[in-house]
Design a protein. Structure first.
Length: 138
């Protein structure tokens, strides 16, 4: 069973994919698109799902620290709804609070340059989101 992990931003989409046994998450890529033009990443993900025989999707769900849903959380809900209309596999919204901060701190402590951090943060955040989901299933 392959599970796809997504970290949706306003201009980027981090993409991670599990191994076939759904134990390990692997960061795949960061898809860039014009700001708030979510039709492009939607079409890209549909093709990605078909090409990689994905069985389920985990979409990062940004929440405020108090657990409430802010504007970016509503964007994720809308993206999930639009994607669900086009695919028949389950989509789970997964709490992503602090994932980007965790990834950035890890890269800073590893002395990764600012440019490399910016290039990789979304892909790695998608990996953290997906791995967190996979670990919760054990």
């Amino acid at each position: 069973m392959r599970i796809l992990g997504l970290d949706l931003g306003s201009k980027t989409l981090g993409i991670a994919l599990s191994d076939p046994s759904a134990i390990l998450a692997c960061g795949m890529e960061t898809f860039q698109f014009p700001e708030n033009n979510f039709s492009l990443p939607l079409d890209y993900i549909i093709r990605f799902i078909d090409n990689n025989k994905v069985d389920a999707v985990v979409l990062g769900y940004p929440k405020n620290m108090d657990g409430s849903i802010g504007s970016q959380g509503h964007v994720s809900e809308d993206f999930r709804d639009a994607l669900q209309k086009k695919i028949s596999i389950p989509i789970t919204l997964w709490d992503e609070r602090l994932t980007s901060r965790i990834v950035n701190r890890a890269m800073i402590s590893a002395d990764v340059s600012r440019k490399k951090r910016k290039e990789n943060v979304d892909r790695l955040a998608a990996t953290v989101i997906l791995q967190s989901y996979l670990d919760s299933r054990k």
